[in-house]
Every structure is written in C-alpha cells, then in structure tokens.
Design a binder for this molecule. Structure first.
Ligand SMILES: C[C@H]1O[C@H](OP(=O)(O)OP(=O)(O)OC[C@H]2O[C@@H](n3cnc4c(=O)[nH]c(N)nc43)[C@H](O)[C@@H]2O)[C@@H](O)[C@@H](O)C1=O
Length: 327
C-alpha cells in the first residue's frame, strides 16, 4: 500500500511494484482527486480513499481491508515554502500522520509469519542548517522549516516504533529527487517548464527566489528503487539516498537554458523576495555509502541527464499543448 500515490514518487513506485508483480493499493486524499484518473489510466492499482493521514480509525480500516505486505508512507504536505504558511496542517499530516500510520500498522500487524513492513519517506530537509558535509545517517538534524521539523518527528517516531515494538520499519533519508512528473511549484520543474516555454516563445521571463542554495539533485525513478530495496533486507534500518554531488539553483538554471541553446539566460531571469523563505537550507550533499554497500543501490541518472530529461519533456509537453512544432 502506498500513501501519496498521486505524487511523482508514488507513481514511480507503483510502476516499480507492478513490474515486480505486486498488487498496489493507493491510499489517496479526497474522492475527486483529478490526478487519480490520470494515474489509473496508466497503472493497475486499486484506489483506496481514506482521508489524508489525519484519522487513525480510517487508516486501521484501510489496512484491515488490504492486509498489505508492505506500506510505503509517501504522503505529506511536501512543499517547504507552503509549510511556513500552513505550519499546523504540515505538523498534523507530515508529522503526526506518520505516528497514526505506524500505530495502524502496529494494531493490524499482518499475519504472524508475515508482519507488515513499513517505509517512511524521511528527507534531507531534516539536516537543515548543516554542520558537516556530506551528510550521513549520523549527521545531527537542525531543521529550518515547519516541514523539516515535522519530518524529524516522522523519522524519530519511526525509529521509536522499531525499537519499542520490533516493527520492520525503515526510514529513507532521501535528498532532492526530481523528474518530468515533479510538481510545477518545485524549483527544478518550474525552471525546466519556463525554459521550454521561453524557447517556444510562450513566455518571456522566469521569476525565482534565492539562486545560491545548493542541493543534491537525483532522479526520482532511481530513488524509489532504494525504497523497495530497504524493505527487502533481513533487518530494518535507515539509509541516506543521494548522488553525492551538489549544485546551486543558479547552476541548474544555467544548465537548463544552455540545453536549449539560450546561453545568455540572465536576460530572462528575475528575482522576487516573494520566493525567498523565512529560513533557508543553504547546502545539502549526501553520502549514500551505506545504501551503496548494504542495498547495492546506486543512482543511474546524473545531473546533466536529469536536466536534459526534464527540459526535453517540457518542450514536448508545452509544444503539444500549444499546437506548435518542436524547434
Ligand atoms: C528533500 C526535499 O526536497 C524538496 O524541498 P526543497 O529543497 O525546498 O525544494 P524546492 O525545489 O522547493 O527548492 C529548492 C531550492 O530552490 C530555492 N528556490 C529559489 N527560487 C525558487 C522558486 O521560485 N521556487 C522554489 N520552489 N524554490 C526556489 C529554494 O529556496 C530552495 O533553496 C521537497 O521535495 C521536499 O519535500 C523535500 O523533502
């Protein structure tokens, strides 16, 4: 069972699990989520409407109905900028939602020889104001947003349920992971979509916030492999999942514009304080040695290929929408 099925990670994970012969159940928010129809058209998963992690009894009912072997909790208010404006909701869904789902897993339990395995989507945002680089599973947390604080709670309560009740619960500390399916509010997709539209003559400017923060950007399709691998091990544990390379927002913008031959990109980009955050995470770069050695996981898509994949997708997507020929 997957929560957060409509996000990019939920879609890639459902595809991966389907390819491995699982029957996938998606726990989704709201009855009329338009993205569900889109996904259902492509994926043989069964929708299971059960709120948005705010109600324990409906989570228990969902687990009792499905009797899953594995539960992947990808559900969250995941946009960091929004979490400053919706701090209480973020704490409730992104933080307490993990506790409710763990509690439901503990109560339902699974069959005796086959207890439910649980994956928690932890985040590099937990490292926040970093005091060491690269960040590992041992690096202390110093979250810089309500989202990061809620994720620290989700991470710690997952470890606590593993220690207290012997649950097979794993936490994947995933660094930023992107794809053509990324929501348009996140900086990578906002940039690649704008680059495509500017190249096609559909848009003139791209308005951004701070161009200096550095992120370790990987491909979401690679990262869901690590999630699945964690739940196939003999023992549950926590893993950093990252590429080990860091780039600034400025470098991402530069690579995206250059990919379409617009080397003088500064003339298209403006900055607006609206897109700056009350507190920023300046530098993230992960050390995924543990995932590489214990899970045999490694990223396949590098930074330049990721930028190219996303820009090329958005060029095709925007050209098709506008009825234009590709340049
Ligand atoms: C691992 C982690 O990864 C993601 O969190 P994020 O790193 O905040 O992602 P983002 O794409 O919103 O921002 C990246 C950087 O880009 C800067 N930036 C500049 N100008 C704009 C701008 O115009 N929009 C946005 N969104 N960011 C901007 C912004 O200030 C920040 O420094 C989520 O998946 C989260 O769920 C998660 O777990």
């Amino acid at each position: 069972m997957i929560t957060g099925i409509t996000g990019q990670d939920g879609q890639y994970l459902a595809e991966l699990l389907n390819s491995k012969g699982y029957e996938v159940f998606g726990l989704v928010k709201g009855q009329n989520n338009p993205r569900i129809e889109l996904i259902q058209a492509e994926l043989p998963f069964v929708e299971l409407v059960s709120g948005d992690l705010q109600d324990l009894s409906s989570l228990v009912a969902a687990l009792e109905q499905v009797q899953p072997d594995e539960v992947y909790n990808l559900g969250a208010i995941s946009f960091v900028a929004l979490s400053f404006k919706q701090a209480e909701l973020t704490a409730n869904v992104t933080g307490l939602g993990v506790l409710r789902l763990l509690e439901a897993v503990r109560m339902v339990g699974g069959s005796s020889g086959n207890p439910i395995r649980f994956y928690q989507a932890s985040s590099s945002e937990m490292f926040g104001k970093v005091r060491e680089s690269p960040q590992t599973e041992q690096t202390p947390f110093y979250p810089r947003s309500p989202y990061g604080v809620a994720k620290v709670f989700g991470h710690d309560i997952t470890v606590n349920y593993r220690d207290s009740y012997g649950l097979f619960a794993c936490s994947g500390i995933l660094f930023n992971h992107e794809s053509p399916r990324r929501g348009i509010e996140f900086v990578t997709r906002k940039v690649t979509n704008a680059v495509a539209r500017i190249k096609l003559g559909l848009q003139e400017t791209l308005v951004l916030g701070d161009l200096e923060p550095r992120r370790d950007w990987g491909f979401a399709g690679d990262y869901v492999q690590a999630m699945w691998l964690m739940l196939q091990q003999d023992q549950p544990s926590d893993y950093v999942v990252a590429t080990g390379h860091t780039h600034s927002v400025r470098e991402f913008v530069d690579a995206a514009f250059r990919h379409v031959g617009l080397d003088d990109w500064e003339r298209f980009v403006q900055q607006d304080p609206r897109f700056f955050r009350p507190a920023e995470v300046d530098l993230l770069v992960g050390d995924a040695t543990k995932a590489r050695t214990e899970l045999g996981w490694k990223p396949e898509v590098d930074f330049d290929s990721l930028v190219a994949m996303m820009v090329d997708h958005d060029l095709r997507y925007e050209a098709r929408k506008a009825g234009l020929e590709l340049p």
